[in-house]
Design a protein around this ligand. Structure first.
Ligand code: PLP
Length: 453
């Protein structure tokens, strides 16, 4: 049915992939994924894989939901596309905005639509500067972000992100963006109580604000849990302290909810989980479960009042802002999340179930730490769990070996440095969670054996 060899050859000839070592890809041949159903994927050679990464941290309702396909089909038949520039709007986008306001924290009631998380974070950079200009403080230009963050791949997204290899390409970050440390206890906090470490990491923000002068700082941005940076779950003390500092210096707090949003943590948003009230939240991924591209900036009343009432149009927008078909996909996706109680399920059922089994992997001879909130977690691989400060060298080689073993054996995980990451669909059943953990343990065993060779 699928001419795998032909597809691989054409892929190597014509297709430049995102974040891919193309020489290695050409040697190995890309795996052609042809079907998805629930948490399962199939490749063109008939192999089944458990999608431990929910597509790319996004397929929250699982693959193959006919209901979303039907909603998209119906909307395309009615009005596939129209813009919402210049005093026009469309019903699905309006309904989606209304719906998002209802699930967001009470102080957030407006949304600006984009097509992706990168565009949402680009929009934030312009929006916060515009906000301060309208408020008569145009010097507030600088946005403080964090090392190891991922906020997208556009010039602004990659600049707000704190990935050194990305910065090294193309002369980033662009001016007006600075970075502070991330609250990575396993990497930097050994010997400290996690909450004390969280406060110490947050204190970096205050130091940076004072160095720059608060009158020059527009906003702070962070992922409630850093995803691509390695599922960095901050101690409980961290976010409230960050919020306190932002309030103290009147700096806008922006939560990048692209991964954490829509149930991943067992709450609608990661901000809810950590008990903070950001001024802006960026969303994408789980809002449509990845069925169609859609993102946005959710705007608090405080910011919206200035944008709306202090006049001057915001010269910003995308052709596909409020795309009716993408909005229809999002509405159908939210219907599923709500009808099936997926957020509550992550909080009270499958989340605790998987967390307990994931934590049990800590007995493995190459696991230094296990961590998970809701359904997002990581395993830190180390040469000697009794001495967790020791690391494999070179960094990342063991993580990649393990990730490849998992992939060959039917489990999609991601490697970040020498950690293994999972963020499966929120529909994961108990039996599938058992499969996931069994495959993860098999991966660890194979990796351990390989290291002994
Ligand atoms: N923000 C976070 C936290 C992300 O994880 C991502 C993508 O992985 C983005 C932003 C960028 O989103 P997109 O790839 O839709 O542009």
């Amino acid at each position: 049915l699928y001419p795998t060899a032909d597809l691989r050859a054409a892929d190597a000839r014509h297709y430049l992939h995102p974040f891919t070592d193309h020489k290695a890809l050409a040697e190995e041949g890309a795996r052609v994924i042809v079907k998805g159903d629930g948490v399962w994927l199939w490749d063109s050679e008939g192999n089944r894989l458990l999608d431990g990464m929910a597509g790319l941290w996004c397929t929250n309702v699982g693959h193959g939901r006919q209901e979303i396909a039907d909603a998209v089909h119906a909307q395309m038949g009615e009005l596939a596309f129209y813009n919402s520039f210049f005093k026009t709007t469309n019903a699905p986008a309006v309904r989606l905005a209304e719906r998002l306001a209802a699930i967001a924290p009470a102080h957030i009631n407006k949304v600006f639509f984009t097509s992706s998380g990168s565009e949402a974070n680009d929009t934030v950079l312009r929006m916060v500067r515009h906000y301060w200009a309208l408020k008569g403080q145009p010097n507030r230009q600088i946005v403080i972000a964090r090392h190891n963050a991922y906020h997208g791949s556009t010039m602004a997204g990659a600049s707000l992100g704190g990935m050194k290899p990305m910065h090294a390409q193309g002369g980033l970050p662009i001016p007006g963006i600075v970075h502070i440390r991330q609250p990575y206890w396993f990497g930097e906090g050994h010997g400290m109580a996690p909450d004390a470490f969280g406060l110490q990491a947050a204190a970096d923000l205050e130091r940076m604000i004072r160095t720059l002068g608060p009158e020059n700082v527009a906003a702070f941005i962070g992922e409630p849990i850093q995803g691509a940076g390695g599922v960095i779950i901050p101690p409980a003390s961290y976010w409230p302290e960050i919020q306190r500092i932002c309030r103290k210096y009147d700096i806008l707090l922006v939560a990048d909810e692209v991964i954490c949003g829509f149930g991943r943590t067992g709450r609608w948003f990661g901000s809810d989980y950590f008990g903070i009230e950001p001024d802006l939240m960026t969303i994408a991924k789980g809002v449509t479960s990845g069925y169609l591209p859609l993102g946005g900036v959710m705007v608090s009343d405080k910011v919206a009042d200035v944008l709306v009432n202090l006049g001057e149009e915001f010269y910003h927008g995308y052709t596909y802002s409020g795309h009716p078909t993408c909005a229809a996909a999002a509405l159908a996706n939210l219907d599923i999340i709500q009808r099936e109680g997926l957020v509550e399920r992550v909080a009270n059922d499958i989340g605790p179930y998987l967390q307990a089994r994931w934590a049990a992997l800590a007995d493995h001879p190459i696991v230094g730490e296990t961590r998970m909130v809701g359904l997002i977690g990581a395993l830190e691989l180390v040469p000697d769990p009794k001495n967790i400060s020791n690391r494999f060298t070179p960094t990342g080689a063991v993580g990649s070996i393990a990730r490849d073993f998992a992939f060959q054996n039917g489990l999609v995980m991601r490697a970040v440095r020498d950690s293994l990451i999972i963020a499966p669909p929120l529909t994961l059943t108990h039996a599938e969670a058992d499969d996931l953990v069994r495959l993860a343990r098999q991966t660890l065993d194979l990796t351990y054996e390989e290291l002994k060779r």
